[in-house]
Design a protein around this ligand. Structure first.
Ligand SMILES: Cc1cc2nc3c(=O)[nH]c(=O)nc-3n(C[C@H](O)[C@H](O)[C@H](O)COP(=O)(O)OP(=O)(O)OC[C@H]3O[C@@H](n4cnc5c(N)ncnc54)[C@H](O)[C@@H]3O)c2cc1C
Length: 510
């Protein structure tokens, strides 16, 4: 029987362990933390339950397929609650766009946003002779946008998301050029939103979703409007018990089929037989050696290449300053140069009372300096002066997330990733950024939602910053969503899911 070691118990590791165990292999899952789930883990404090990372359950068909592949019905493991509406997008001037799966409601939101824009324009043009207000695309723009997003979703699903391009000839098919045109890979999400929507509010409300992938709408290929299709057509859901429930049940299925799941089991290195070009086992941080026939690495790919193999080394912070002790292998330099997604400062707040001013499970607060805020995150690797943020209240849908009469609130403020592999840059003072982000979030929530004394309502608090993400889950540069999915880092151009030199080492996950 083949013995497979899975390094990490995140969503990717858990799903792979379940599939391998279901196929009859001997599986050992090794997780460095005392808890499972990685970025889908829970934080539990004072009776409050927080989703540490993922909170939006999208594309339910993918989760269904994962459980079906191991002979299980997902509804026997997970109870889902649907978010109705999906969320509110709140703007600095108090305006609101509500996004939902109800197309009639979306049409009303578009009409209302255009009416607000017309009013503002009429004020600006008052007294200017001959000035003509701009024409607005109206609901026709919405429908054209939704149709395009649906096409992006369907084509991406069939030809990208569900396929692994391991060779250039699989990838370089002439008809893929036609596909690329249909997917608008050279256009951006922002430019397409501008094509279909006439107001700044709507353009922002239908473009910020690229941040689910840790990318700016000004850089993300237009293809990623597939996310908007996913949430509008398929809905946003929430697993009762928290997002971790998905991982927990997959690990349960794996265990039922004989897999061993060990926590507090940090893998320090992968043991390699250089002559054979194969991994022969792993060595834990406490020195324990575990032999195996194959390794599936669920730890962040760039982190793994720079930490777990015989030629691993972390690129020094300032490669130009000093000659490193030993030359950095070319493949490591290349991996270090790849673009990473952003990170977050995440606040986990247990509230003394229900914050009913937050009407839904999800609310988006958008920055007034929309474009600049992305520049600060992705070019400056910093916290914007006027940051956008996302607020999640799981207890709005699932009362088990908070004690009776109270609320669990998680706030994600996107920030740049760490400047260096394992440490922040000199200009990245996370304590100071955290303080500024906290003040901003509290003042904007109070202002936009008319809440008084929000800070005093916080009973329990925990904060994650890029360094926390890096340390807790070995995320390279503290990047929340791994390597960027920009057009030059997807499909065949993304590092392979199989190790370049050792044929029995595979990568799974973000
Ligand atoms: C703040 C935030 C919000 C998000 N929101 C959403 C959302 O709303 N919806 C959504 O679908 N996705 C969301 N995501 C993304 C989602 O959480 C990730 O895509 C997913 O959880 C990644 O799973 P993974 O298995 O690839 O990696 P991980 O979850 O990182 O799992 C890797 C595991 O490996 C372990 N590990 C690492 N090194 C070692 C080692 N040496 N030895 C042993 N174990 C090791 C880690 O501890 C970890 O448990 C969010 C992510 C973040 C950070």
């Amino acid at each position: 029987m083949v013995h497979v070691v899975v390094i990490g118990s995140g969503a990717g590791g858990a799903a792979t362990a379940a599939r391998l165990a279901h196929a009859g292999h001997r599986v050992t899952v090794l997780e460095k933390n005392a808890f499972t789930g990685g970025r889908c883990s829970l934080i539990e404090r004072g009776g409050f339950r927080f989703d540490q990372g993922a909170s939006l359950y999208l594309m339910p068909e993918v989760f269904e397929e994962t459980f079906a592949a191991v002979g299980e019905r997902i509804d026997e493991h997970i109870a889902l609650k649907r978010c109705m509406p999906n969320y509110d997008v709140l703007f600095a001037d108090g305006a609101r766009v509500r996004l939902s799966s109800d197309v009639a409601e979306l049409e009303r939101e578009v009409a209302a946003a255009e009416a607000r824009a017309r009013e503002r324009e009429a004020e600006a043009l008052a007294g200017k002779r001959g000035a003509v207000p701009r024409a607005m695309p109206g609901v026709a723009g919405l429908h054209a946008y939704l149709a395009e997003a649906r096409t992006h979703y369907r084509l991406s699903f069939d030809f990208a998301l569900s396929r692994n391009y391991e060779t250039w000839y699989e990838f370089a098919q002439p008809w893929h050029l036609v596909l690329a045109l249909k997917l608008h890979v050279l256009d951006t999400v922002w430019r397409r939103a501008c094509k279909f929507f006439g107001t700044e509010e709507l353009r922002r409300a239908f473009s910020f979703q690229t941040m689910y992938m840790g990318m700016s709408p000004y850089d993300a290929p237009a293809t990623y409007s597939l996310l908007q299709h996913a949430e509008i057509a398929g809905g946003i859901w929430y697993p009762v018990g928290g997002f971790h429930r998905v991982v927990d049940r997959l690990l349960h299925v794996a265990s039922q089929r004989g897999a061993t799941v060990r926590t507090n089991a940090e893998v320090a290195r992968i043991d390699i037989d250089e002559a054979a070009g194969l991994a022969k086992g792993v060595v834990l941080a406490d020195g324990t050696r575990i032999e195996c026939d194959a390794v599936v690495c669920n730890a962040d790919l760039v982190w793994a290449y720079t930490h777990l193999f015989p030629d691993s080394c972390v690129p020094p912070p300032m490669p130009t300053d000093e000659t490193p002790a030993r030359p950095i292998p070319r493949h490591i330099r290349r991996l270090d140069a790849l673009r990473q997604t952003c990170s977050t400062i995440s606040f986990y707040w247990g509230m003394r009372r229900q914050i009913t001013e937050l009407a839904h499970a999800h609310t988006i607060f958008l920055s007034d300096d929309y474009a600049e805020s992305f520049d600060r995150i992705f070019d400056g690797l910093s916290l914007p002066g006027d940051p956008s943020f996302y607020v999640h209240v799981p207890s709005r849908l699932d009362p088990t997330a908070a004690p009776a009469g109270k609320d669990t609130v998680t706030i994600l403020v996107p920030v740049g990733h760490m400047r260096h592999a394992d440490m922040p840059g000199e200009d990245q003072d996370y304590e100071a950024m955290q303080r500024r982000a906290r003040e901003w979030v509290i003042s904007e929530m109070e202002r936009r939602l008319h809440i008084v004394g929000l800070a005093d309502l916080i009973e329990v608090e925990q904060v994650n910053n890029p360094m926390t993400w890096r340390n807790a889950f070995n995320l390279y540069k503290g990047s929340a969503l791994g390597l960027s999915h920009d057009i030059w880092q997807v499909l065949y151009m993304r590092p392979s899911t199989r190790h370049a030199a050792y044929g029995n080492v595979f990568f799974v996950g973000e």
